[in-house]
Design a binder for this molecule. Structure first.
Ligand code: TYD
Length: 213
């Protein structure tokens, strides 16, 4: 796909500490070795404006924002990120890899936070429209496994302090999204070794997008 038409947009989703960043870095390296231009980015953030909004989101007390305000801030950041980073990269044929995207708003604010599907889906239609991902890799592991990994690496942010029940709802939310969008989403068991997860990521890239890595 690189260099011809719109580049693929691949999002990594899952709870905190499931290993998204590690897997994204490995996939980026494999794609570059295969000759693709790759842009790696993250949400909330990924453009100067969105990174400024990120600071508001990840700092302060766990209850600093209501689920609605959180969703609006996430989508304000996402609008800027799509416009300034993701869409221009795809337009020149680059493959874009993004650590979290719109499914995180549905899982965290919509399902775990209790805002519900309707408001988050409305924001998604407004802001993302047809600019959504070609493939979403959902890394799935028990909430306690992920939270143990994030507390071991230190520097926990606002969301990690929301408690294990919240994070179990996040996990179930992602599985619900995957079941509703099987053509776009691949669920990968992230409680295994880095190498085993990476092999499944590569298999999904081939099966879903025809990209050999
Ligand atoms: P991130 O930097 O990916 O944290 P981590 O590396 O721990 O996964 O994201 C920060 C937090 O923001 C994370 O706990 C998930 C949350 N989040 C939402 O609640 N909604 C969203 O739409 C996004 C993109 C992230």
């Amino acid at each position: 796909m690189t260099g011809k038409g719109r580049g693929a947009f691949i999002t990594f989703e899952g709870g905190d500490g499931v290993g998204k960043s590690t897997q994204m870095a490995l996939l980026a390296e494999r794609l570059r070795n295969a000759g693709h231009e790759v842009v790696t980015t993250r949400e909330p953030g990924g453009s100067p404006g969105a990174e400024a909004i990120r600071e508001l989101l990840v700092t302060g007390k766990p209850d600093r924002w209501s689920p609605l305000t959180e969703a609006l801030l996430m989508y304000a950041a996402r609008a800027d990120h799509l416009q300034k980073t993701v869409n221009p990269a795809r337009a020149r044929g680059a493959v874009v890899l993004c650590d979290r995207f719109a499914d995180s708003s549905m899982a965290y604010q919509g399902y775990a936070g209790g805002l519900g599907e309707g408001p988050v889906a409305a924001l998604e239609r407004l802001v993302v429209g047809t600019d959504g991902p070609s493939l979403t890799l959902i890394l799935d592991a028990p909430a306690a496994t992920g939270l143990a990994r994030t507390s071991a690496r230190g520097g926990a942010h606002r969301f990690e302090a929301k408690g294990v029940d919240y994070h179990e709802r996040v996990r179930r939310g992602f599985l619900k999204i995957a079941a509703a969008h099987p053509e776009r989403c691949a669920v990968i068991d992230a409680s295994r070794s880095v190498a085993a997860v990476a092999a499944d990521v590569a298999a999904a890239m081939h099966a879903r997008l025809g990209l050999k890595v």
